[in-house]
Design a protein around this ligand. Structure first.
Ligand SMILES: [Zn+2]
Length: 467
């Protein structure tokens, strides 16, 4: 018989209720949840006063991504180790097909980057940097191979941007296959115009970055995407939604009976555009916040929190795309448009959403588990293996102590990046233990198993019936 572990007397968090009780792990899976008596000789771990949560599922990362002549600071080894320390047990990264290559080739390169290096389980989305009929012909095989989500960009002209006829064609094919596409929604043509205008005026500091990507450009792209999809009603989702206006466009779409799923990120819930300074005080420090879409306003944050709690937004990924401030972000010291776009976040997501969602009384612990894990498992074809604490599921379990107060600092993080956007944040609740398929890899806040035993996940088709 495989050995068992009993997590004793915690608050077991389920999608709709929390029960006080125990979880028995046998081997890699959960054997039972409820009021359980210890077996003779069984290892029992006291979880009194602790929340027992399904391991976090991170829906949006760019690990070891080549971009703007450099490569992200976190690779699959450091990124997944940081994820583990932050209570995430599954990551879905964007494998990317670069210009002129097949998706199969892009996917093969991503397997070379990731296989044998991951501290947690992992899967891939397939991001496309262009559209053509040979990519279309590849989709069926990619889906059959366990990648049921694609990505297209409506921003980044001449680099990754696709347009309406291409989106229509791609959605027609993914609808036929039962797969989904995530869209980066910003108007790429107009962003380019505004960047040129600001640079021509000698406006080169990071302060000008968000001025080239106003909220209406996200709203407009969502409206355009939804117009393209209107006759198709194909499964699709909006990645990293950042604005109240964008969320209004989503609501409009749903009122017409068209389905759309939405992801947002901690940075859009917790940080605002004041991080970019002002025209008179344009410190280069704000390069740390050069991300796309950019940070928005307080009213956007409020709308996104409301949407997350009410079910208008279904899950939270981070868009973790880390570049060091020294040596990478400063490539754009003389021109904001040359600053590599992206910020770290893979390690802080679960803690931030607990501290600023649950502990602050914005959402209950059940909704927290749904938006950090369950919904992502369902939408990305991993449920019920992942995303739920029930008999037969993988024993991916987070033990969170709600009674710890602490301060978030970059030095204490495992992310391979010289800053965190959340430096100095006051935190409530700390993850004590993390189990990956029954192995307690994080104990008392320390990584105790360094082995890269993360497994590649072949995913099923999306379940779009989530809220
Ligand atoms: Zn991204």
């Amino acid at each position: 018989m495989e050995k068992t572990i009993l997590l004793k007397d915690g608050f077991v968090v389920l999608p709709d209720e929390t029960i006080q009780g125990d979880i028995r792990i046998r081997g890699e899976v959960i054997e039972a949840v409820g009021n359980l008596s210890p077996l003779p000789g069984e290892e029992a771990i006291d979880c009194k006063g602790m929340y027992l949560l399904p391991g976090g599922i991170e829906t949006h990362t760019h690990l070891q991504l080549e971009s703007m002549g450099t490569v992200t600071a976190d690779d699959f080894a450091t990124g997944t180790r940081a994820a583990l320390a932050g209570g995430t047990t599954t990551v879905i990264d964007f494998a990317t097909q670069f210009h002129g290559e097949s998706m199969a080739r892009g996917l093969q390169r991503w397997h070379e980057k990731a296989d044998g290096k991951c501290a947690i389980d992992y899967g891939f989305h397939m991001a496309m940097t262009e559209w053509n009929q040979s990519l279309k012909a590849e989709m069926e095989g990619i889906v059959a191979g366990g990648i049921s989500s694609f990505k297209m960009y409506m921003a980044y002209k001449n680099n990754m941007m696709v347009q309406e006829d291409e989106i229509y064609d791609a959605l027609e094919e993914t609808k036929r296959l039962g797969a989904t596409i995530g869209f980066h929604c910003e108007n790429g043509l107009l962003i380019d115009v505004l960047v040129k205008e600001e640079r021509a005026k000698g406006h080169l500091s990071p302060y000008y970055h968000p001025l080239t990507r106003p909220d209406v450009f996200e709203e407009e792209a969502i409206i355009r995407l939804e117009a393209v999809n209107y006759l198709l009603n194909a499964p699709h989702y909006v990645v990293h939604l950042s604005t109240a206006k964008g969320l209004s466009a989503i609501k409009c779409t749903r009122e017409r009976g068209i389905g759309v799923i939405v992801e947002t990120c901690p940075q859009y819930l917790l940080l605002d555009s004041s991080r970019y300074g002002s025209a008179s005080n344009d410190d280069f420090e704000s390069a740390k916040y050069i991300i796309s879409p950019p940070l928005r306003e307080r009213r956007d944050q409020e709308a996104l929190w409301d949407g997350l709690v009410s079910g208008e937004i279904q899950f939270v990924g981070t868009d973790h795309c880390s570049f060091n401030f020294a040596g990478q972000k400063d490539m754009g010291r003389d021109d904001f448009s040359k600053i590599p776009g992206g910020a770290p976040g893979i390690e802080t997501r679960m803690h931030l959403l607990y501290a600023y969602g649950v502990a602050k009384g914005r959402m209950d612990i059940n909704r927290y588990s749904v938006v950090t894990s369950t919904n992502a498992a369902k939408y990305f074809g991993l449920y019920p293996k992942k995303g739920i604490l029930q008999a037969g599921s993988d024993a991916d379990i987070v033990v969170l102590d709600p009674n710890v107060e602490w301060t978030l600092t970059s030095d204490a993080l495992h992310e391979n990046c010289d800053y965190t956007p959340y430096e100095g944040f006051a935190m409530n609740g700390k993850i004590r233990d993390v189990f990956l398929r029954g192995r307690r890899k994080l104990a008392s806040g320390k990584i105790v198993i360094e082995e890269a035993d993360g497994q590649y996940l072949r995913r099923k088709l999306p379940n779009v019936d989530i809220r």
